[in-house]
Design a protein around this ligand. Structure first.
Ligand SMILES: [Zn+2]
Length: 100
């Protein structure tokens, strides 16, 4: 007798839990905010951030080389700059990001 529970639902539920566990483990291994550390400050990291926006790309999403840990202050303050300025994205004269 086959169960309606087989298949997708488990994997879908597991996705969020997998990320929660992965980021928690990452924060344990990388406890200090990388931005603050660059400026010689010590701050406990609370957020695992994607260095390059993954835009739904699972490979980039799970690539730990694309992860960085930030404290809340840095995350909230710098997120905008990172997504529009630092990472290969330039803003064109029309105000839209120019890629490449
Ligand atoms: Zn910080």
């Amino acid at each position: 007798m086959k169960s309606w529970r087989d298949g997708r639902t488990t994997a879908q539920r597991g996705y969020g839990g997998r990320w929660q566990r992965a980021r928690a483990a990452f924060l344990v291994r990388h406890p200090l905010c990388v931005f603050c550390r660059r400026q010689g400050r010590i701050a406990i990291a609370e957020v695992v951030d994607h260095i390059k926006p993954h835009r739904g790309d699972l490979k980039m999403f799970w690539d730990r080389n694309n992860w960085q840990v930030l404290c809340k202050v840095c995350h909230d303050r710098d997120k905008k700059r990172i997504e529009t300025g630092n990472v290969k994205v330039q803003i064109g004269i029309d105000g839209w990001p120019v890629e490449g």
